[in-house]
Design a protein around this ligand. Sequence first.
Ligand code: S3P
Length: 184
Amino acid sequence: MVTSNTSESGATGDRRVPHAILVGLPGAGKSTVGRRVAKSLGRDFLDFDNEIVRREGKTIAAIFSELGESYFRKLEIGLTRSLKASSGMIVAPGGGWICQPGMPELLGGTGRTIYLRVTPEAVFHRLRRISERPLLAAGDPLEKLRELYSARRDKYEKADYVVDAETLSKEELITEVARIAAAF
Ligand code: S3P
């Protein structure tokens, strides 16, 4: 199922194609789906966490523990600003990106958001590499996912497009997201 929160559609003339920004809980499939969608559409893919790790030369967990979450959030804002210089990419920021003040407005119309909607319970069963996710690594990860979901849900639901990532298979989800992004 896909819900659209925007009335804009279709491509016109030589205008810049917006970035497709995938949002949702950690483990919702943003990176996996984003990479596959980019490949299928022949677009560039940008994974914020990977880019931050590359630039900082540290894991996300090390950045959080050594430099703090607020430092990490500033890096996310910097990457968001840099998106204005390009167009048409498939972008996977971390699950907390959209909750920062001023997001997604900072995109300034250069991106459209697609929410991969999954419940904390479903994500928990799929989740791998919990130790690399600093917000989930301490304490009970399912409880933490539930907290993040209840704090972020309203923001996620305001995305331009909402895709039910829980009932669709991975391949169906990739096809659906590619269909949405191709029509920008
Ligand atoms: C975060 C999610 C992580 C990563 C960081 C913070 C969050 O990315 O950006 O640990 O606030 O939800 P994923 O959503 O890819 O796990």
